[in-house]
Design a protein around this ligand. Structure first.
Ligand SMILES: *[C@@H]1O[C@H](CO)[C@@H](O)[C@H](O)[C@H]1NC(C)=O
Ligand SMILES: *[C@@H]1O[C@H](CO)[C@@H](O)[C@H](O)[C@H]1NC(C)=O
Ligand SMILES: *[C@@H]1O[C@H](CO)[C@@H](O)[C@H](O)[C@H]1NC(C)=O
Ligand SMILES: *[C@@H]1O[C@H](CO)[C@@H](O)[C@H](O)[C@H]1NC(C)=O
Ligand SMILES: *[C@@H]1O[C@H](CO)[C@@H](O)[C@H](O)[C@H]1NC(C)=O
Ligand SMILES: *[C@@H]1O[C@H](CO)[C@@H](O)[C@H](O)[C@H]1NC(C)=O
Ligand SMILES: *[C@@H]1O[C@H](CO)[C@@H](O)[C@H](O)[C@H]1NC(C)=O
Ligand SMILES: *[C@@H]1O[C@H](CO)[C@@H](O)[C@H](O)[C@H]1NC(C)=O
Ligand SMILES: *[C@@H]1O[C@H](CO)[C@@H](O)[C@H](O)[C@H]1NC(C)=O
Ligand SMILES: *[C@@H]1O[C@H](CO)[C@@H](O)[C@H](O)[C@H]1NC(C)=O
Ligand SMILES: *[C@@H]1O[C@H](CO)[C@@H](O)[C@H](O)[C@H]1NC(C)=O
Ligand SMILES: *[C@@H]1O[C@H](CO)[C@@H](O)[C@H](O)[C@H]1NC(C)=O
Length: 618
């Protein structure tokens, strides 16, 4: 920003956002006496914020967020700006403090929107107490280092007022002084996540008029008391210390679309009213609690569920067949429970099911349709199918695998509207789902990933017979695990699985030679063929050289590098495996890096259109 701009003394609005512009604010900016709005957001401005800004007495909007401004800013600088109503210094490299001990007074400020995200604050700014006087407050002080209980002076003047947005997340807050369970003000979107709050969850006032989003995740809250006839669209309290059977109290919440109480200490069965009622629930995440009993059985045909995660609980019994009514269901994860049921062919009717995780339960019988079952067993959209560690038996059939059409790339990766992130606006929210899968030999807890993963795991069951050739047509697969079964016969042709990164066929009874074309799978970084009955020489290729002998041990008939027994005979005939890589190795590295750096998982975007209109007040 050049100093000449200071000559534009009649300028009233200066907006340079998303501009890619760089430079610092000259102190001559104080000469723009008529300036009402100064917006320099999302650019590359740097340097100190000149104190001459306090001369811009007409200023009503000052938005400097998301730049690289540095230095210390004293909030008292803005005290003399009587018309200032929007102030944002968020996401810079600033250190924001109260400054000179001038007593703010209501006559000195009309600020109703204050953004101080990541401003290095260690204390609550005194300015907060005057916010509540406005009817449309907006406050974000997330990502600072503020500790302890929120003192009464900060919020007592907010009493009876209304916040559109109140974000106190990512600090070290422990509570509200002098408050039990109810806050004396109302809020549309409220975020207390990632703090150290304890005790009962504080709820905003007038929930019967509706709140859009309440996020209490990652604290140590131990209880919640919801009154009936509340309206909440999104409620999140994962990773707290909630215990007991509080779930039933969510049955009475109107408009509830997303409920996430994962990683708590909840007990009791899942109340039938939660799933059987006619409600608008789209996401229920109760992963990692201590829920027991059976799943509710009479799910209403008006079901609108899209994501169900009941993993890591003690749920018994069968899967409710009425779940077939939930035609929007995209993710169903019930890993690590005690479900005892046959393979859910009845889920074929769920045309949007992308993720089915049944691992570590007591499922039994044939994978796919049983002999007497004449119904179809297609999973036309499945991308992640995890059947590991159950009691499945029998053989995998060509017909059943041939109906996993999405894995065959027939629909094309472009047909994934629900899986891409949507633009972020005030009216839509995105809920990201992650599933814990065993990938490349280790259990990963996955963070948000914007990478799509194709995954098939039938390991640790009692499967017999040979591996159907149709597996070689599931060309999208990134990970294939069939280890720890009783599979026999040769390894089928897998040369078309060009995206395969992990292949585990270990601990079976596979025989024959290792197909040469495995050596030309560019992305294969994890290979386990150990403990089988494979024979012949290990293919030699630059790529195969990177696998250690543990990939091949326990096959007495195998020879060649990296095993210690060398092949005696006719090396020349077998060894020349051409390495057909057209990919340049740098591409491969980048691909793998993104795989490791971001973890492995699955992100699905559930876009929530707000069910309740935002209250407009003037
Ligand atoms: C700000 O105003 C004061 C007094 O009104 C004046 O002395 C000072 O020069 C001004 N600063 C700038 C940068 O305009
Ligand atoms: C504040 O704004 C009001 C109306 O927008 C205007 O009348 C008033 O003069 C402004 N006050 C100052 C000190 O600029
Ligand atoms: C921000 O400014 C500092 C100097 O204050 C500089 O070292 C740093 O590289 C800048 N960061 C960006 C992202 O421009
Ligand atoms: C913040 O500023 C300091 C110097 O003031 C600089 O060393 C650092 O790199 C900056 N941080 C960022 C993220 O730009
Ligand atoms: C609150 O702030 C954090 C960090 O700045 C952000 O990640 C989060 O999305 C915000 N919460 C809401 C409800 O917008
Ligand atoms: C609350 O606001 C009033 C003016 O509305 C002010 O006089 C008082 O000091 C404020 N209370 C606190 C504790 O700051
Ligand atoms: C809460 O509701 C009560 C009664 O319905 C009303 O008097 C009060 O103004 C409301 N408060 C807010 C902040 O909306
Ligand atoms: C978690 O809750 C239990 C009782 O439900 C309580 O004994 C324990 O102290 C709580 N832990 C924390 C850290 O609050
Ligand atoms: C869960 O609650 C039980 C008692 O209800 C308690 O013994 C246990 O420590 C709690 N677990 C955690 C992780 O808080
Ligand atoms: C589903 O809900 C509707 C409307 O409440 C009701 O009429 C119907 O009987 C319910 N169906 C079942 C199977 O409960
Ligand atoms: C596979 O799909 C075909 C039609 O697409 C259907 O006739 C057949 O029954 C399906 N097989 C299985 C095992 O579901
Ligand atoms: C090696 O291969 C040649 C021809 O391919 C064959 O004649 C010969 O018998 C083989 N040697 C052994 C030891 O098998």
């Amino acid at each position: 920003m050049s100093p000449w701009i200071a000559n534009l003394t009649s300028l009233t609005i200066l907006q340079l956002s998303n501009s890619g512009l760089s430079g610092s604010i000259p102190s001559s900016v104080g000469g723009l006496k008529k300036l009402k709005e100064l917006t320099l957001s999302n650019s590359k401005f740097y340097g100190n914020i000149p104190s001459s800004i306090s001369n811009l007495t007409q200023l009503s909007t000052l938005n400097l967020q998301s730049n690289n401004f540095s230095g210390t800013v004293q909030l008292s600088l803005f005290m003399g700006l009587p018309n200032l109503s929007i102030l944002s210094l968020s996401n810079n490299n600033l250190s924001v403090v109260d400054g000179e001990d001038i007593t703010w007074s209501p006559v000195h400020t009309r600020i109703k929107s204050l953004g101080l995200v990541s401003c290095g604050m260690e204390k609550l700014p005194k300015l907060l107490r005057y916010l509540g006087r406005s009817r449309t407050n907006w406050l974000d002080i997330s990502q600072n280092r503020i500790r302890g209980a929120i003192p009464q002076w900060a919020w007592e003047n907010w009493s009876g007022s209304h916040f559109h947005y109140l974000n106190l997340s990512h600090n070290y807050f422990t509570g509200f002084v002098g408050l039990e369970t109810s806050l004396p003000f109302s809020i549309d979107r409220f975020d207390l996540s990632s703090n150290m709050f304890q005790g009962p969850i504080p709820l905003p006032q007038n929930l019967s008029q509706g709140a859009l989003e309440l996020d209490y995740s990652s604290n140590m809250f131990s209880s919640i008391a919801l009154h009936s006839s509340t309206k909440i669209s999104i409620f999140k309290a994962s990773r707290n210390n909630l215990s007991g059977s509080v779930l039933a109290s969510f049955c009475g919440v109107n408009n509830l679309e997303i409920l996430d109480l994962s990683y708590n200490n909840l007990t009791g069965p899942i109340p039938s009213c939660l799933m059987e009622g006619t409600n608008e629930l789209r996401v229920i995440n109760l992963k990692k609690n201590r829920l027991h009993g059976e799943l509710p059985h009479n799910i209403n045909e008006s079901c609108s569920l899209e994501v169900l995660d009941f993993g890591d609980n003690d749920i018994k019994g069968k899967l409710p067949r009425s779940l077939a009514a939930c035609s929007e269901l995209a993710v169903f994860d019930i890993q690590n429970n005690q479900i005892s049921d046959s393979f859910p062919c009845w889920m074929s009717t769920l045309g949007r099911l992308y993720v089915l995780v049944l691992k570590s339960n007591e499922f039994f019988g044939q994978v796919g349709p049983s002999a007497e079952d004449k119904n179809s067993c297609e999973f036309p959209r499945i991308m992640i199918l995890d059947l590991a560690s159950n009691n499945f038996s029998g053989t995998l059939t060509e017909e059943w695998l041939a109906n996993l059409t999405f894995m065959m790339g027939e629909a094309g990766a472009l047909a994934l509207p629900a899986l891409t992130t949507q633009s972020y606006s005030d009216e839509t929210r995105i809920y990201e789902v992650t599933n814990e899968l065993t990938y490349k030999g280790s259990d990963l807890t996955m963070e948000t990933v914007f990478r799509v993963l194709w995954f098939l795991d039938v390991s640790n069951n009692d499967l017999q017979g040979s591996i159907p050739a149709a597996i070689g047509e599931l060309v999208e697969l990134n990970s294939l695990n069939m280890s720890h079964n009783y599979l026999t016969g040769p390894i089928p042709k897998l040369g078309n699985l060009k995206w395969l990164e992990a292949l585990d066929l270990s601990s079976n009874e596979l025989s024959g030679e290792i197909p040469r074309e495995l050596a030309s799978l560019d992305f294969l970084t994890t290979l386990n063929l150990s403990d089988n009955k494979l024979v012949g020489s290990i293919p030699e290729s630059p790529h195969f050289m990177t696998f250690s002998n543990s990939s091949f041990l326990g096959n007495s008939g195998l020879c060649g590098t990296p095993l210690s027994n060398q092949c005696m005979i006719n090396r020349t005939m077998q060894s020349a495996v051409p390495y057909h890589s057209k990919k340049n190795p740098v591409d491969v590295m980048l691909f793998l890096f993104s795989g490791i750096g971001f973890g492995v998982g699955f992100a699905i975007a559930v876009v929530v259109a707000w069910g309740i209109p935002i209250r407009k007040r003037s």
